[in-house]
Ligand binder design. Sequence first.
Ligand SMILES: *[C@@H]1O[C@H](CO)[C@@H](O)[C@H](O)[C@H]1NC(C)=O
Ligand SMILES: *[C@@H]1O[C@H](CO)[C@@H](O)[C@H](O)[C@H]1NC(C)=O
Ligand SMILES: *[C@@H]1O[C@H](CO)[C@@H](O)[C@H](O)[C@H]1NC(C)=O
Ligand SMILES: *[C@@H]1O[C@H](CO)[C@@H](O)[C@H](O)[C@H]1NC(C)=O
Ligand SMILES: *[C@@H]1O[C@H](CO)[C@@H](O)[C@H](O)[C@H]1NC(C)=O
Ligand SMILES: *[C@@H]1O[C@H](CO)[C@@H](O)[C@H](O)[C@H]1NC(C)=O
Length: 652
Amino acid sequence: MPAISVPRVLGALFLASYYPLQSVAVPPQAADPCAKIAGQTFVLPADALACYKAFPFNETLRQNVMSNVARVFDFFTFEDFYLNSPPPFQESTVNIRAALAKINTTKFATDYDFNKALYDFTTQLNDGHTRYFPSCYNAFQNILPAPVVSLEENGVQNLFIAPDSVEFISQLGTNYTGFFDSIKFDWKRLAGAKVLQIEGMNAYDYVDLIARTVSGNYLDHGVRVNSVFTSYRISASDFSQRLGDLAGPLDVTRTSLNFKLITTNSTKVENVKIPYLANFLGNPFTDKASFWANNCAANDETNGVDLRQQSTFIKPARKQPKADIIDGLKAQAVGLPAPFRPTVPAQPGSDDAIKSFILPGNKTGVLFVGTFSPLDFDQFQADTVAAVNSFKAAGVTQLLIDLHGNGGGFVCLGQFLHQFLAGSQIGYPGFQSTQRANPLAQKIVAAHVAMGDQDLGTFYSPDNWAFFNDTIFPNTFNYNNPAAPFVVNGRSDPTSQRFHDTCTESFSQPIPEAPPFDLKKVAIVSNGNCASTCAMFSTLMFERHQTKTAIFGGKPGEQVEYKGMAGNQVLEWADLDTEIKSVGLKDDPLAPPDVLVDVNFRHNWRTAWSFLDENRPIAYVSELPQFRFPYTKDTYNNPQNLWTFAESKLFA
Ligand SMILES: *[C@@H]1O[C@H](CO)[C@@H](O)[C@H](O)[C@H]1NC(C)=O
Ligand SMILES: *[C@@H]1O[C@H](CO)[C@@H](O)[C@H](O)[C@H]1NC(C)=O
Ligand SMILES: *[C@@H]1O[C@H](CO)[C@@H](O)[C@H](O)[C@H]1NC(C)=O
Ligand SMILES: *[C@@H]1O[C@H](CO)[C@@H](O)[C@H](O)[C@H]1NC(C)=O
Ligand SMILES: *[C@@H]1O[C@H](CO)[C@@H](O)[C@H](O)[C@H]1NC(C)=O
Ligand SMILES: *[C@@H]1O[C@H](CO)[C@@H](O)[C@H](O)[C@H]1NC(C)=O
């Protein structure tokens, strides 16, 4: 891994008091670096790191976490693909078991160092479904008042500090900006500056470094390059601007970045050292002990439960599978500055995850689907219908779907949107799917089968899934024994028998028989940061209807896939644990132990097999967009400008 230059601490003068030496007598308050920053929203990254490093390495905790992680990996659908990731995804090639063995034997100074090694390893698998999140060490987000983006100007692309940084960053409030005032650092003059170098590297090479080492989530490098940049999106049902992984990483080891840049209205090349300031987003604490108790120790939700022991247990309605990424366990959502929000009025059904608009001219309707994790599952479906009805009433004939920054969500809402747009005539709206047939998974399914009519209704239950004729599996059908043979990279990696999702059971709106819009007049725009359910939705539209897709951004001369992370259903650690405990298998030697600390090792639990090649998971099928455009200063943060541009290019 290329070395990242050693962070310089702001004012070396303070260094000694931030890193008390354990071996010498120090005043009590200096001995507790967490107490020093307690109650503050924004702190120096070096101070945040000192608090993180206050907890000594503990072999008991390492063994507990490592045995949990190793046994959860048995369920990870893509483990053997990593031995030799196919092009263009070679960057993610790694021997997972060998890497775990290394982390299991490395000598670490602190608990943080161990957790950071495991966090970085899973992040660099570049699978947003398969990541290790220690709450303890994801409590801060480091924020640079200089988000970057690649923009084209006069036919040439360069890296810039976002021209809207003043409007954007000011929203963090005076607790953030006041720090820069106090050290007399004028970040506002940097808005729109052209960036030549970062940390002594060519600016785009540095972006590539962040994409390789920090971003994670997406197998495709080009998609990760877009996560390094600031971008517009919908967050919590409102227009938002993401900081990007250079300006808003969770990692607090960098204290500043050295930029070589030219400010707007100038021709002078300058070197500017821009400081980070870390934003505390964890649970309140007053000192080291309470930081640990409130942010690090396992709590009631860390591990799963045995549903049979819940006194109030009633078999739930159909469980809704989720496929989503966690874009920063704790991350600051900052609004898209008002001047850049759409000026055309929002159409009916725009209060939740979907925002819909009709572009001037009344030809094109825009469905901005910000997430498949709406506040309300049924409302998402009702909103889709409301938007399409208002488009129809206005005489709209073209549909533009914006998937910028859509991190996925309910698998069945992706299938709903696909089926609603394609019509019921297409039949099954999803992909063939499987789980891994490891010995413990087989025991779990066998336990469900043994329960028969008394089954609990968890994700391994046969009646969650269906035969290819869409008849739901009887709850006595053991779909994971016999297993189906599968070989990848020379390893035998059997799967369950193939099945269909049963999403149509939870469609609460009638599906039209024919598509509401000519499918040739439907197009998608995105930055490739379209994960999980979003990737499955786009792949269905592309593979089944050849829907036109335009990807914006990326680096000049480097390709970007249209889909990001295209696994299928994800299980959080607590979900998998509930599956195991609820069928009485927690004592099995293959069962991962409960974790003693508040960590979540989530994993991709199901595969979606490509419609075009049913021997390949869609995650590993390279599919490039038919259109690729750079952002300009008028489109990178302005959805309506981008849609108007896309309308002229995609429906010409
Ligand atoms: C600024 O930080 C203080 C605590 O450090 C907090 O009480 C206050 O609410 C913050 N102000 C804003 C506007 O967030
Ligand atoms: C290590 O962690 C375990 C589990 O929390 C705890 O019981 C033990 O006291 C810790 N060891 C040390 C040396 O702190
Ligand atoms: C880690 O090493 C210990 C021996 O030190 C061994 O018992 C354990 O199985 C190893 N765990 C993993 C996940 O490799
Ligand atoms: C650059 O010059 C233009 C025109 O004089 C002015 O409107 C703008 O505010 C200047 N930008 C900066 C960052 O100084
Ligand atoms: C578009 O529709 C609106 C609302 O019905 C109408 O006021 C406007 O004149 C229409 N514009 C065009 C170009 O047809
Ligand atoms: C659907 O397929 C299964 C398995 O092949 C079969 O047992 C079942 O009878 C079929 N159902 C219908 C309604 O055709």
